[in-house]
Ligand binder design. Structure first.
Ligand code: PLP
Length: 353
């Protein structure tokens, strides 16, 4: 089949750019102590996760327990759930899952550690723990080194838990446009983390794992030599938000749309917020320019569009945010030039529990 035969709106993935992005990440990390643990949220395709692990990733990162279950079903043996799981129903599920893979979870609360420890012991399984340290994002995690130490000691009270190290994710730096500012802010975090690791060591707690990082900070993290795991996710697909940051990765994922109406000064496409994630802004054009892009549920509006496409023609867009866009689709078409060479099922689509 040719791309022109795809019913739109649909996601298409350029396999050659995808492979080049994976190779660039491999080269970036080669010879460093940083190992790749890609984030599943960016593609949610079990087959791609298996490919990443076969290609050298030490395991996968995910945000939701249901994603971890999906990864485990796909044969991924080493999974980091880089989030807190606090309700009892899920804690039981999590403790059970830990019997089928090497499962690591993030914690920032003593009562949560207790619940995890008891549930894991009841299942006869081991749950690995990273204490989350807030390095400026203001999302989850504790703020002081004393709190990290107290939680590491709490974890040590349970035979069913192990303290593996620190989760420190600086998501607020990922999209910082000024590369100098991004580098300087990352360096400030480096200093805080180095101090924390030294403090824990002085108090008899060894940190084996320091996990975090994103596509936006991947080059900095590879050079700095402190983190042991890189959780980058978007590097494979990229998106309109990341493409202006001067990173070594190219856009491989496109939203294929069809022109449904063309007026003198506007083009309407058959995609909208139900098929294109807008949480980080509008999609970008591949051909032509537009004075203004707007979106409704089922329409993307290009005002003052300069391209020649007319009603019935296909038009490619670069999604504003690849992760939220993927979650709106069932499958991705793999393309090589104008040919469709395969399909990927988005197995963890809508897996938010
Ligand atoms: C915990 C965590 N790790 C890593 C990432 C990095 O993802 P990306 O490389 O797609 O920016 C994210 C993004 O939201 C995240 O929440």
């Amino acid at each position: 089949m040719k791309i022109s035969g795809i019913s739109t709106p649909a996601l298409i993935l350029d396999v050659n750019i995808l492979k080049a992005n994976a190779e660039k990440m491999g080269q970036l990390l080669k010879g460093t102590k940083l190992q790749l643990r890609p984030h599943y949220k960016s593609h949610k395709c079990a087959a791609l996760a298996a490919w990443q692990v076969r290609s050298g990733a030490i395991g996968m990162t995910c945000a939701k327990l249901s994603e971890a279950e999906d990864l485990c079903d796909a044969g991924i043996e080493d999974i980091l759930l880089a989030n807190q799981v606090t309700d009892m129903v899920k804690i039981r599920r999590l403790a059970d899952l830990a019997g089928n893979c090497r499962l690591t979870i993030c914690v920032d609360n003593a009562e949560n550690i207790k619940a995890l420890g008891i549930a894991a012991a009841n299942c006869g399984n081991t749950v690995h723990c990273l204490v989350e340290y807030d390095i400026g994002m203001g999302r989850c995690g504790v703020d002081t080194k004393e709190e990290v130490l107290a939680l590491a000691k709490k974890i040590a009270e349970y035979e069913s838990l192990t303290f593996d190290g620190i989760q420190a994710y600086a998501g607020h730096l990922s999209h910082m446009e000024d590369p100098v500012q991004r580098k300087e802010s990352t360096a400030a975090n480096y200093a805080r983390l180095t101090e924390l690791i030294a403090y824990l060591k002085e108090n008899g707690v060894e940190v084996a794992t320091v996990s975090g990082g994103s596509t936006g900070t991947s080059t900095i993290k590879a050079a700095e030599g402190l983190y042991t795991e890189l959780q980058a996710g978007s590097y494979l697909f990229m998106d309109a938000t990341y493409r202006n940051l001067g990173l070594p990765f190219e856009n491989s994922l496109f939203l294929l749309t069809t022109v449904v109406s063309r007026g003198a000064n506007r083009v309407m496409l058959d995609a909208g917020v139900k098929t294109c994630g807008m949480d980080q802004g509008e999609p970008a054009l591949v051909t032509g320019t537009a004075q203004r892009i707007a979106a409704n549920e089922e329409h993307i509006q290009l005002h003052g569009y300069t391209g020649s496409e007319t009603v019935g023609d296909q038009l490619r867009l670069i999604p504003g945010h690849c992760c939220s866009t993927v979650n709106l689709h069932d499958k991705i078409y793999l393309v090589d030039g104008e040919k469709v060479v395969g399909r990927l099922l988005i197995t963890a689509r809508k897996m938010g529990r």
